[in-house]
Ligand binder design. Structure first.
Ligand code: NDP
Ligand code: 2IT
Length: 449
């Protein structure tokens, strides 16, 4: 690393020493952009990195709500408005007990790069709460969402900040949040949230977008290396929104998905996962994945032992981490490589830690990096915003074909950047470099603000 990068990294570490996930995300970017900074001295002269790393604004707030037994509960809410360089702040809301400022900041930081890669007019932000949706009734989810929005509403708007879903937030939660926003504002601002149900303003293909987009990106990446999904074995962690639709499209392209998981354990079905059953268990019943065995007794269930995720010990050609951050460690990467993995597709945000990424790169495993590969969700969110502004809807096929073009374009941009800066085939560096340059140039153009 050059002197500028080292100084910025040291400053960031000093100021955020209690935020490990945030520091990890920053470090991953800083480790890859040196070739750009060597050529473009104006970035250092304009303090581009210092400004890019510091969020424009962080909002934290109290979220009190009353559970079904009448007890008062209190959670902490967050919205990090990271960067408005390219458009309104845009990014999801995560509801999970692990949520804290470090996690929301890492997600917000990555979001600004991802959104830049889409080529659409969206800045970056992220939010959420340490509220645990597991085991809560519909009524409790609604109470929480209404209280959360009663504070958040004053900070968002269709031209300022547009939240959407992430872990624990899907169409049900977005509906409760939207209803409360509309009630407080007394106006129908359709584009203030995305991921809405299609009955009242959501976009067709938003639900499928992140998973399908991941597979479109990987199709291009594999193709560039004379490979494809056809006949390949695939394992997918998670069984949520991203995992389910990645599975659907991978199977459509001729792959055999043999394993999926949730936070308790994974199922292995050598006949190929029955995705309709997974959708029934996860999207309809909101149950645990081991229910799969009640229908397919031939399948195996391997419970998490607490330390390593069992899914990465299963032999596979392609692994798609689609659950959460840091789910693939160096230990997991070593097993995957030993078992002959050829490609990793990051459906989740920051699912591979830095040691795992380096190990994959050293062993010539292709990596589709999260900031590029899972950008399909936010891209269709931006298309949802444009439909809300037009007061007009596209068909499923229209949105899906726009998504395919955007993902193909992101692959081409990423690939080209990796070639231009001497790291051909390293798409982690390519994505960081392409996004960084776009943000840096916009920042210089807009002056010191
Ligand atoms: P969902 O809530 O729909 O599903 C999350 C899945 O991951 C569940 O199966 C869940 O299991 C599992 N999971 C969550 N947290 C953990 C954990 N700490 N340890 C183990 N397993 C866990 O979320 P999404 O599918 O929407 O999101 C998955 C990932 O994709 C996240 O990293 C998110 O940031 C990223 N992403 C999402 C996008 C979107 O459009 N939704 C867009 C781009 C990225 P369990 O039910 O047991 O908790
Ligand atoms: O991480 C992500 O890109 C998302 N959770 C989706 C964000 C969005 O605004 O659709």
């Amino acid at each position: 690393m050059n002197e500028y990068l080292e100084r910025v990294l040291a400053d960031t570490q000093r100021k955020n020493s209690n935020e490990p996930e945030f520091l990890q995300a920053v470090k991953e970017v800083l480790c890859t952009i040196e070739p750009v900074l060597d050529v473009h001295k104006e970035y250092e002269q304009n303090a581009v990195l210092e400004r890019m790393i510091e969020p424009e604004r962080i909002i934290t707030f109290r979220v009190p709500w009353i559970d079904d037994s009448g007890k008062i509960r209190v959670n902490r809410g967050y919205r990090v408005q990271y960067s408005s360089l390219l458009g309104p702040y845009k990014g999801g809301l995560r509801l999970h007990p692990s949520v804290n400022q470090s996690i929301i900041k890492f997600l917000g930081f990555e979001q600004i790069f991802k959104n830049a890669l889409t080529g659409l007019p969206i800045g970056g932000g992220k939010g959420g709460s340490d509220f645990d949706p597991k085991g809560k009734t519909d009524n409790e989810i609604m109470k929480f969402c209404q209280s959360f929005m009663t504070e958040l509403y004053r900070h968002i708007g269709q031209d300022t900040d547009v939240p959407a879903g992430d872990i624990g937030v899907g169409a049900r939660e977005i509906g409760y949040l939207f209803g409360q926003y509309k009630r407080i504002k007394g106006a129908y601002e359709g584009g203030v949230l995305t991921g809405k149900d299609t009955v009242y303003g959501g976009s067709l293909a938003r639900k499928e977008a992140t998973g399908y987009g991941l597979i479109y990106f990987m199709r291009e990446m594999l193709n560039a290396h004379n490979e494809s999904f056809k006949g390949k074995t695939v394992t997918i962690s998670g069984a949520g929104n991203v995992a389910i639709y990645a599975c659907e499209k991978a199977v459509e392209y001729g792959a055999k998905v043999v394993a999926m998981s949730d936070s308790n354990g994974c199922i292995y079905d050598e006949n190929g996962i029955d995705l309709d059953l997974i959708k029934q268990i996860k999207e309809v019943e909101r149950g645990r994945i081991n229910k799969y065995l009640e229908v397919h007794s031939n399948a195996r269930y391997i419970e998490n032992n607490g330390e390593f995720a069992p899914i990465w010990t299963i032999k596979t050609d392609i692994a798609l981490p689609c659950a959460t951050q840091n789910e693939i460690t160096l230990h997991d990467a070593q097993i995957l490589v030993k078992n002959g993995v050829i490609a990793i597709g990051e459906g989740a945000n920051m699912p591979c830690n830095i040691d795992a990424i380096n190990y994959f790169l050293e062993n010539k495993v292709l990596i589709a990096p999260a900031k590029a590969a899972n950008a399909g969700g936010v891209a269709v969110s931006a298309i949802e915003m444009s439909q809300n502004s037009m007061r007009f809807y596209h068909s499923f096929e229209e949105v899906d074909s726009k998504l395919d073009k955007i993902m193909t374009n992101i692959f081409n941009t990423t690939n080209q950047a990796s070639k231009n800066f001497g790291c051909a085939g390293n798409y982690v560096a390519g994505a960081n470099i392409a996004a960084f340059q776009k943000l840096a140039n916009a920042m210089i153009a807009q002056g010191v603000v």
